[in-house]
Ligand binder design. Structure first.
Ligand SMILES: [Mn+2]
Length: 323
């Protein structure tokens, strides 16, 4: 039986917008890391690269980062086309938690180029792609994957090895799969995870490639992608992690002390935040520009400019899910 080798890549979160406290140029770094994933695929002689969702941090990102990714997907550093196809699972960030946003999304620009494939499954490689939708976790808990007859599942779901304190998620050990399923890979949660069950089903989350948010417990680690050698019967011959050389240690790319300062500032302005939460939310439906409302409200109340900017950022993220 013929063997296949596929590279799986965790959440990239590519963006042009510079995350708070980031010391390097995030746009360039995220594009470089994205390119390195494809280079690892070529060096590992894989049959395909599968991105596990959230290639982009927002539904609509600036053209700068979109063109960098198109450039990376088109050819390697010598101008040679890649000898494999690339596929993407759709993540919640890619579509602002709503599939109806796909047509206007930056991810769709990559799909439209023909350089990145969008499909429900890669049949010749025995891989099912579990794209994000709001009820995916609940449907998996309810047994959705029992009917998915594929040896490999690539998902963007909240799969976990142990229960989380603050949200329900999907516990791998409690999940029912089709008897054909032998390996489940998932992005979405940014911490790397791996677990083998007694029935032989394996779970791997290689961990996010992108580190947009400054969460020390998640970002202070090596950045890895994972290659898997298997056959269509679901025999797994080899699982190997590959470290990204372009990813710098978290201490070199994040200013952690700035985060502490920002936290204190926010605390000292908690009165403002309380006031902000008292704004009649109906107003947001009546006016054209809620961002303007926050700016005006902040000015009237003599709030420091960077705190207003932070609030505006939050509002922008919430409403538009754009950069
Ligand atoms: Mn993500």
């Amino acid at each position: 039986m013929s063997k296949f080798k596929v590279l799986f890549v965790g959440d990239n979160h590519c963006a042009s917008k510079q995350p708070p406290g980031r010391l390097d140029n995030y746009c360039e770094t995220s594009a470089k890391e994205f390119l390195e994933c494809l280079q690892i695929g070529r060096d590992q002689k894989v049959d395909a690269v599968v991105f596990l969702g959230d290639i982009f941090d927002k539904t609509v990102v600036q053209p700068t980062i979109v063109s960098k990714l198109l450039h990376a997907l088109r050819s390697d550093e010598t101008g040679k086309p890649w000898p494999f196809k690339s596929y993407a699972v759709i993540g919640n960030h890619d579509i602002g938690h709503n599939m109806s946003n796909l047509p206007m999304s930056s991810l769709n620009t990559l799909f439209s180029s023909g350089l990145l494939e969008y499909c429900e499954s890669i049949d010749h490689l025995g891989i099912y792609l579990g794209h994000f939708y709001p009820k995916l976790d609940a449907d998996i808990r309810a047994g959705k994957l029992q009917n998915v007859n594929y040896p490999i599942l690539a998902l963007h779901a909240s799969l976990m090895t142990v229960p989380a304190r603050d949200f329900e998620g999907v516990i791998f050990k409690d999940t029912s799969f089709h008897p054909a399923t032998k390996l489940v890979l998932s992005g979405h949660i940014h911490s790397p995870m791996q677990q083998n069950r007694e029935d032989g089903v394996q779970f791997i989350n290689p961990g996010s490639v992108g580190r947009y948010a400054m969460q020390p417990e998640i970002i202070c680690r090596d950045i890895n992608v994972v290659s898997v050698v298997y056959d269509l019967k679901g025999t797994i011959y080899n699982v190997e992690y590959h470290k990204l050389e372009s990813s710098l240690p978290a201490e070199m790319i994040f200013n952690f002390s700035a985060k502490e300062t920002k936290k204190k500032e926010i605390k000292s302005n908690s009165a403002y935040i309380r006031k902000l939460s008292e704004i009649d939310m109906k107003k947001f439906n009546l006016i054209n520009d809620p961002i303007q409302l926050i700016k005006e409200y902040g000015k009237e109340n003599n709030i420091e400019e960077d705190v207003i900017a932070l609030s505006v950022d939050r509002m922008r993220d919430t409403i538009y899910s754009q950069e």
